[in-house]
Design a protein around this ligand. Structure first.
Ligand code: 1PX
Length: 229
């Protein structure tokens, strides 16, 4: 039912995960990063079947990185830190050293897989920022597609872009969106307060995502990996 939509999703868990993904040395902890995405998947899953192919895509990518992580024994050089998939930089170093990163053909490396999630995080950053600045009556679908056209569409085929266009129709409206972000139904007189709290949480989440996005972007740039096929 509409009341149950997004019941399991908690935006503060997104905030906590992405905030704690960044260490004092500006490293990205992969497990925290993936946990942030786990929570976003819950949101996607609450939107129903039309959006289903998008959550399947995200879950597939998350599963792939986790599988690589489980299957990777630390080499002697890496022994000290143990898990080569502990941070983004250690993953990059490990996969480069092991020859797992293919710069010419599509591969199943963690680097190219996470790059897809990274681009999607750019979309999310733009979208959530726009939502935070929106006012009653603004169309979520429109905000979503402006962000999509800027951040993701350039990497997607014509056919996929059409499918995304169709999926956007299934987005909740603005009020519903804020209900999911701020919590379930509230008494009428508490609504204003809840929306303010929700907006604040949204703002902090955008900041956390932006920080993770910028550090990740630097790491990909430094390794010449921004265009991995
Ligand atoms: C507080 C609210 C939170 C809202 C959370 C929403 C998170 C949504 C994240 C969308 C993630 C999309 C991942 C896309 C990864 C990707 O680009 N994959 C493509 C390339 O991969 P490949 O392995 O082939 O190189 C892949 O081909 C794409 C598959 C289909 C995904 C299409 C994504 C469209 C996203 C934009 C619309 C999202 C609507 C969400 C509603 C809030």
């Amino acid at each position: 039912s509409r009341l149950c939509r997004g019941r399991d999703f908690q935006i503060h868990r997104v905030l906590t995960a992405f905030n704690s993904a960044v260490t004092g040395e500006r490293e990205i902890l992969l497990e925290r990063y993936l946990e942030g995405w786990d929570e976003l998947v819950k949101f996607l899953e609450s939107l129903g079947t039309v959006i289903g192919f998008i959550s399947q895509e995200v879950k597939g990518k998350l599963g792939l990185v986790r599988e690589l992580r489980r299957g990777a024994p630390a080499t002697e050089e890496e022994e000290e830190g143990g898990d080569p998939y502990r941070t983004l930089r250690s993953m990059m170093a490990h996969e480069l050293r092991a020859g797992l990163v293919d710069f010419r053909r599509q591969s199943l490396s963690g680097c190219r897989t996470l790059l897809r999630l990274h681009r999607a995080l750019h979309w999310l950053q733009l979208f959530l920022r726009a939502v935070g600045r929106s006012s009653a009556g603004d169309s979520m679908g429109a905000l979503c597609s402006v962000a999509y056209n800027q951040a993701l569409a350039p990497y997607h085929s014509w056919l996929l872009r059409q499918a995304v266009g169709v999926a956007l129709v299934a987005l909740p409206d603005r009020a519903e969106f804020f209900r999911i972000v701020c919590g379930v139904e509230e008494a009428e007189e508490e609504k204003g307060e809840r929306e303010r709290e929700g907006r604040q949480l949204l703002e902090r989440t955008v900041l956390a995502i932006t920080r993770v996005y910028n550090i990740t972007q630097e790491a990909y740039q430094a390794n010449g990996m921004l265009d991995l096929p």
